[in-house]
Design a protein around this ligand. Structure first.
Ligand code: ADP
Ligand code: ADP
Ligand code: ADP
Length: 213
C-alpha cells in the first residue's frame, strides 16, 4: 500500500504511523523527523531548514521534494510507504505525482486527520518525543512508564523546540493556507478518507484500519 497522512500539527499522524507501518510492513517517511535529524546533525540540508522550522513556517518545496525523491529509491520503500507530513503544498503534491509516475506507481489512499484547532494546543504543549525513533508521548494522554524516559530504549525524551503555543499558531496558519488545498487536491481524485482525529487513539486506529480494508 502507498499511503499519505495529512493533518495539522498534533492531529495524531505520528501516533498512528507505527501501527499502520507494522501492520502492512510499509516504510515510514516523515519529512519532519528527517528534517529534525538533519538539523541535529548540522548537515547542509539541516542548516537550510532550521530557520523556517524554528518559526513554524514550511521549508522550501525543493528541499523536501529532494528528500522524498531520495527516500523513495530505498529498496525498503519499493513495496509500499506511508508519507507522514508530505505533501504539505499543492506544488509538493504535483511533484509527488511526477515522481511516482516515473516509477509507474500511484498513491492508494490519503488519510485526512480532521480535527478542530482548539484541541491542538494541549496536545502539542504536552508532547514529548524520543528523537531517534520519532516515538511520541503525552504527559496527560500517553505518559511514558517512567517520566521523561522512552519505554523502548530507556533513553531520554525531549520536547520539540517548536512545540510551544506561540509557534503552533504559525504552524496552524501554514496548515490552513498551504496544506488545506492539498486535501482538496486529493478529494478531487477520490482517494481521500476523513478521520475523526479528535477521538481517542484506539478509535482513530479503528477508523484507519477500516479505511485500509
Ligand atoms: P507536526 O508533527 O507537528 O505535523 P512535522 O514534524 O511534520 O510537524 O514538521 C515539523 C516542521 O518541519 C514543519 O513545521 C516544517 O517547518 C517542516 N516540514 C516538515 N514537513 C514539511 C513539508 N512537507 N514541507 C515543508 N516543510 C515541512
Ligand atoms: P502529529 O504527528 O500529527 O503532529 P502526534 O501523533 O505526535 O501528532 O500527536 C501529538 C500529541 O498528541 C502527542 O503527544 C500524542 O501522544 C498525543 N496524541 C496523539 N493522538 C492522540 C489522540 N487520539 N488523543 C489524545 N492525544 C493524542
Ligand atoms: P493496546 O491496548 O492495543 O496496547 P494502547 O491503548 O496501549 O493500545 O495504544 C496503542 C498505541 O497508542 C500505543 O503505542 C500507545 O503508546 C499509544 N497511545 C495510547 N493512548 C494514547 C494517547 N492518549 N495519545 C497518544 N498515544 C496513545
Amino acid at each position: 500500500k502507498r499511503l499519505i497522512l495529512v493533518g495539522p500539527p498534533g492531529s495524531g499522524k505520528g501516533t498512528q504511523s507505527p501501527i499502520i507501518k507494522d501492520e502492512y510492513c510499509l516504510c515510514h517517511l516523515a519529512t519532519g523527523d528527517m528534517l529534525r535529524a538533519a538539523v541535529a546533525a548540522k548537515t547542509p540540508l539541516g542548516v537550510k531548514a532550521k530557520e523556517a522550522m524554528d518559526k513554524g513556517e514550511l521549508v522550501s518545496d525543493s528541499l523536501v521534494v529532494g528528500i522524498i525523491n531520495e527516500a523513495l529509491n530505498k529498496p525498503s520503500c519499493h513495496k509500499g510507504f506511508i508519507l507522514d507530513g508530505f505533501p504539505r503544498t499543492v506544488v509538493q503534491a504535483e511533484k509527488l505525482d511526477e515522481m511516482l509516475e516515473k516509477r509507474g506507481i500511484k498513491v492508494d489512499k490519503v488519510l485526512n486527520f480532521a480535527i478542530d484547532d482548539a484541541i491542538l494546543e494541549e496536545r502539542i504543549t504536552g508532547r514529548w518525543i524520543h528523537p531517534v525513533s520519532g516515538r511520541s508521548y503525552h504527559t496527560k494522554f500517553a505518559p511514558p512508564k517512567v517520566p521523561g524516559v522512552d519505554d523502548v530504549t530507556g533513553e531520554p525524551l525531549i520536547q520539540r523546540k517548536d512545540d510551544t503555543a506561540a509557534v503552533l499558531k504559525s504552524r496552524l496558519e501554514a496548515f490552513h493556507r498551504q496544506t488545506e488545498p492539498v486535501i482538496d487536491y486529493y478529494g478531487k481524485k477520490s482517494i481521500l478518507t476523513n478521520l475523526h482525529a479528535e477521538k481517542p487513539p484506539q478509535e482513530v486506529k479503528a477508523e484507519v484500519q477500516k479505511a485500509l480494508l
